[in-house]
Design a protein around this ligand. Sequence first.
Ligand SMILES: NC(=O)c1ccc[n+]([C@@H]2O[C@H](COP(=O)([O-])OP(=O)(O)OC[C@H]3O[C@@H](n4cnc5c(N)ncnc54)[C@H](O)[C@@H]3O)[C@@H](O)[C@H]2O)c1
Ligand SMILES: O=C[C@H](O)CS(=O)(=O)O
Length: 480
Amino acid sequence: MIKIGSIIDGQERIEDNRETTAVHNPFDNEKVAELKLATEKDLEDAVTISFEKFHSEMKAMPAHERADILRKTADLLVEKTEDFATIISKEAGKPIKYSRGEVGRSIQVLRFASELAKNITGEVLPMDAAIGGEHRMGLVKREPLGVVGAITPFNFPLNLSLHKLAPALAAGNTVVFKPAEKTPISAHMLVELFQEAGLPNGVINLLIGTGEEVGSPLVTHDKVHKISFTGSLPVGKKIRETAGFKKVTLELGSNSPNLLFEDANIDYATTELVKGAFAFSGQVCISAQRIYVHREIYDEFLESYSKKTEALQIGDPISEETDIGPMINEEEAKRAKQWIDDAVDKGAVVAVGGERNGPILSPTIMTDVDKNMKIIAQEVFAPIVSVIPFNTEEEVIQYSNDSIYGLQAGVFTKDINRALRVADRLEMGGVWINEISTYRQDNHPYGGVKQSGVGREGVKYAIEDMTEMKFIGIKIDQNN
Ligand SMILES: NC(=O)c1ccc[n+]([C@@H]2O[C@H](COP(=O)([O-])OP(=O)(O)OC[C@H]3O[C@@H](n4cnc5c(N)ncnc54)[C@H](O)[C@@H]3O)[C@@H](O)[C@H]2O)c1
Ligand SMILES: O=C[C@H](O)CS(=O)(=O)O
């Protein structure tokens, strides 16, 4: 039995008299780990030590050393890929092939951060562009912020944590890290990995605890300079309201649209959209939730898409063959099933799936839906996708933009002019052409418009958000 606690200044806080909770495998309810929860004092210590270590360690650490630690952590993660993948599958119920994919991406995030740590550059300004600015030189430097509070969700417990930790360290910050209480084991292993790679104690401080007990006071703490949050809209809104003058990055939810025009490659699109809607049971923020299909190809699309969806293997996440495992818990599966039932009551049709067995919801395709149904208007975050016909380009752009969210979209067409025209008009942080909305690489700017978020990740862009510009001006000729 794994027993884990917070790690503060390199020491694990795991005394027996602490409040305890547990992580259970969502598939079979097996107890995976016992958690010793952080207290208010732990939070205070974590922030204080992060603050001190920013001044004593990180300010003195050269870029090449930060880059080395990040690279060594990547190398260690390569060696431990299988350990990390297995624990992600056990704590989150993620099918093992997707857990391995997550570890592979995490390694790349560390390598991008290692390379970028040595390339945080500024600029020299032409001061004589301003009338009276002659004989001056202007430098713009980028400086780390100080203490970054990183709060992460359950669905990509390793990679989305690294999207905060790796750029924060690359830029020379320290971190107080509050992973999701549902999936803290891989986060704990990650902090140990950084220590093994040579990161000084106290540069990352890990807090094991709930959002209310630990996340909330971290957000309001005045020694924390930035909050980088990935998670749900309601929590994101609360953070935005309570963070005060801190910088805030919010990576929130979506109900991502995918648009298929009449010239789309149907066989390719249906194969990709099966993964796009059902990978990790749809618990992906950019999961394909709404598929708009031109009426000319609607029937052919639905037939092919249904067949490929019905072929998915449901089972134990640890098995190599499994495509669909459990949702994060039974309550979530019940909630999603209720949303299906609610849509059916209002006239929608279940074309495929729609059955719940404990925490497992079978991959579900809905048709005859309406924009006011929850499965369209809200983030469904479950293996449920709706297929909706459209007639014109104008109409499908309007349907796609009719949402409080705007994270990523997919557009499928052979007509590049149309693709770019549509991409320009979609209100999204990102648009993929001939690729599913669910596809993400870790080096492009990533984040939402509208209520999908604030700020951008993607290592280079997160580093920009985790540094502050400092201007230094010099009068180089005091006789003029
Ligand atoms: N845009 C993105 O990049 C992205 C990526 C992954 C997940 N998500 C979103 O995350 C959600 C699913 O993840 P979840 O269920 O873990 O989200 P969640 O919002 O419930 O929890 C996320 C984190 O916030 C913490 N938290 C909860 N209440 C808090 C509070 N009051 N103050 C501070 N922290 C608090 C939790 O403990 C957890 O660590 C979905 O909405 C999904 O779309 C977005
Ligand atoms: O859940 C949303 C994530 O941002 C998806 S990914 O890990 O970035 O692909």
